[in-house]
Structure formats: structure tokens, C-alpha cells
Design a binder for this molecule. Structure first.
Ligand SMILES: [Zn+2]
Length: 159
């Protein structure tokens, strides 16, 4: 079940879960992309809470994601860094935050982002190359396609 908290819940209290992950400080409207990175869809059998566009002291507005009974690995954290560079990951065990980490951007991003250049070999209809982007600059974010050298600042995820 997905609970979506809307803008009008200005004082949204994020209730703790027993075990799982809480991803905080996700850029507004990016929570859905984070869910896709985690491979979570409607068939996910545990509690899932998405709060979107809630006020944030740090980044103006933010999304928050709480996922019960789910762990997270470094590969997933790296992917999340691409679309939510300010995100913090809280690992919850027995209602307590046992680990808190900030995402860090990897130097190379493989297979997550779509190259906007239609002529790029990663967009070929037949046997396209796997998308590879190099991080040219972190703040603000600039990524460069390894193949066609197209530069992007707001990545679009591969569908
Ligand atoms: Zn390209």
C-alpha cells in the first residue's frame, strides 16, 4: 500500500518503522525515481510511505521515503546519489536508527541515465551500448556521456 502525503500536511510526522530504511532529503518529486532504483513497485509486500514536497530546512522542499523490511546496498546508494545528491539514508533496526549515511556520487554512472542525444550509440534501436556517464562536476551537477560527450545537468532516468 502506498500512502502519499500531500502539500497540505505541513507538519508531517514521519512515524518510525521497526526495521527498514528511511531516505530523507530527497529532492522534491524524485521519490518515485528512488523507488524505481530500489526496484519497488505495486507488488512490494511491506509498508511503504512516501511524503512528497514537505518543507525542509536544508533544501526548501523535499521528499521522504520509508520502506519497511528493506535493506540497501552501495550500488543502490550510488544510484540514488545521481538523482538525489542531498539524500540521507537511515537504517532502522528495532525502531532505532543504527546507521545514517549521506549518499556520495560515484565517478562513473553506468546504466541509470538516458543520454539526451538521439544519435548517441546508447540510444540505438538495435543493440544499444549501455549508458555510461562520467561526473564532470559535482556542484552543481554536470555529467558527461562517455560516448558522445553530451553534457547534462538534470539527469533523466532510463525507463
Ligand atoms: Zn551519449
Amino acid at each position: 500500500m502506498i500512502h502519499v502525503a500531500c502539500k497540505q500536511h505541513r507538519e508531517l510526522k514521519v512515524e518510525m518503522i521497526k526495521n527498514g530504511i528511511v531516505i530523507d532529503h530527497i529532492r522534491p518529486r524524485r521519490a518515485i525515481d528512488v523507488l524505481r532504483i530500489l526496484g519497488i513497485d505495486g507488488s512490494f509486500g511491506y509498508a511503504l510511505t512516501i511524503a512528497m514536497n514537505v518543507p525542509s530546512k536544508h533544501i526548501g522542499r523535499k521528499d521522504i521515503l520509508k520502506v519497511e523490511n528493506r535493506d540497501i546496498d552501495t550500488n543502490e546508494i550510488n544510484k540514488i546519489a545521481v538523482i538525489a545528491p542531498e539524500a540521507t539514508i537511515n537504517i532502522i533496526k528495532d525502531h532505532r536508527v543504527v546507521k545514517k549515511e549521506k549518499v556520495t556520487l560515484p565517478e562513473t554512472i553506468v546504466g541509470i541515465i538516458q543520454c539526451p542525444n538521439p544519435k548517441c550509440i546508447t540510444n540505438k534501436e538495435r543493440e544499444p551500448a549501455e549508458s555510461v556517464f562520467l561526473v564532470k562536476q559535482k556542484e552543481p551537477l554536470i555529467l558527461r556521456c562517455k560516448y558522445c560527450e553530451r553534457e547534462i545537468s538534470s539527469p533523466i532516468m532510463l525507463s
